[in-house]
Write a protein that binds this ligand. Structure first.
Ligand code: GLY
Length: 365
């Protein structure tokens, strides 16, 4: 079968790695795994129960000879409990320091497996094979790994880069429509924060789907922007701007996920609400954003993404959760604002009353 792919590079200093992107990448994945197995190293694939069934043929084609650790699907798997389960599995399989992990799944599997790779035996190699749109355009690239704890989302983790990322758009054929839409929230976010051309294209192109001819170019645009940003500020340490810009809508979104117990909203759905709130906050802070409100709302509605809370949530809990998010600096909330489409900045010191108003307008009580 013809392999249709391109390769981008994530140019992190001392740890550059490729993103192979396209369709029909199974043979490419298999050949990399075969080489690792032939060299005598063990390979363990971490995946979830849904993918074990829906992607059985990809798993059979690519992961023969590997051990397979199957976890429940869903955000609640990104926990200390299941991290412990994966470590137990690795020990039972006799994985050693030269063994290799493959994260075969969406953001939950990618983040958890990446963190397991960062910490098992103080660090073993891993590869990302994302299976959701959200993980293809965001979470599989850039080495943010981690789990959620009761205090907040992604509060325990490590910056730990994979050896390579394989983005095979064929894997999206079994992705439930709700999950595809959730991934679109991160695509819209990417356009909003740093690629106006992408945003305009999304507005004009109609509904993207796994079969759309522009799918690969849209994913490529997201990966290019993400690679550029993380190559310059891998650990989100820039005094202003930098990697933190990728958190547009996430300070609000993470609070929604945390307060609702990581089940009621998919990550991308919470981000969609967060994007509307970040846009509203930007306008309240004085940025005019001509025409953005309408195009953003239309775009999110096209993908049936929520624009405000589905049910009212307590303002106090949302505010408290925001303050325990990693994105605070010296106890101050830090937001990503839009100055224009494709032009974002970080901003601290916004009046809390203003944030509360934005929450109330978004459905908090
Ligand atoms: N998802 C935001 C980041 O990777 O920095």
């Amino acid at each position: 079968m013809e392999i249709l792919s391109k390769t981008l590079e994530v140019g992190i200093k001392g740890k550059a790695y490729p993103i192979h992107l396209g369709s029909s990448l199974g043979l490419k994945v298999r050949s990399v795994i075969q080489k690792i197995l032939d060299s005598g190293r063990k390979v363990c694939v971490v995946t979830d129960e849904n993918l074990k069934v829906s992607q059985a043929s990809f798993i059979n084609q690519c992961f023969d000879g590997c051990s397979i650790c199957v976890l429940p699907a869903g955000e609640t798997t990104k926990s200390m409990h299941y991290l412990g389960k994966t470590f137990d599995f690795f020990c039972d399989q006799g994985l050693g320091r030269n063994s290799v992990l493959i994260a075969f799944g969406g953001g939950v599997i990618g983040d958890l497996t990446g963190y397991a790779a960062a910490s098992y035996l103080r660090g073993i190699d891993f590869y990302q094979v994302p299976t959701t749109l959200l993980s293809m355009v965001d979470s599989s690239v850039g080495g943010k790994t981690g789990i959620n704890i009761s205090g907040g989302k992604n509060l325990v983790g490590a910056f730990y880069q994979p050896e390579a990322v394989f983005i095979d758009t064929d894997l999206l054929s079994t992705l439930p429509p709700r999950e595809f839409s959730a991934g679109m929230a991160e695509v819209v976010k990417t356009g909003l924060l740093g690629n106006k051309e992408l945003f305009d294209k999304l507005v004009l192109m109609g509904k993207l789907s796994d079969k759309h001819p522009d799918l690969v170019s849209v994913i490529t645009a997201c990966c290019v922007l993400k690679s550029t940003v993380v190559s310059e500020d891998e650990r989100e340490m820039a005094h202003s701007g930098g990697r933190a810009l990728l958190n547009l809508g996430h300070t609000f979104g993470h609070a929604i996920e945390n307060v609702t117990g990581y089940g009621a909203y998919l990550h991308g759905e919470a981000v969609a609400i967060g994007l509307v709130m970040a846009k509203n906050l930007s306008i309240r802070c004085g940025y005019s954003l001509e025409g953005l409100s309408e195009s953003l709302v239309n775009l999110l509605q096209l993908y049936q993404l929520p624009l405000s809370l589905k049910e009212p949530l307590p303002l106090e809990s949302l505010m408290k959760s925001m303050f325990s998010d990693k994105k605070t600096r010296n106890g101050k909330l830090r937001f990503v604002l839009l100055r224009n489409i494709g032009d974002a900045i970080t901003k601290e010191g916004i009046d809390e009353k203003m944030i509360e108003e934005i929450w109330r307008a978004g459905g908090a009580k």
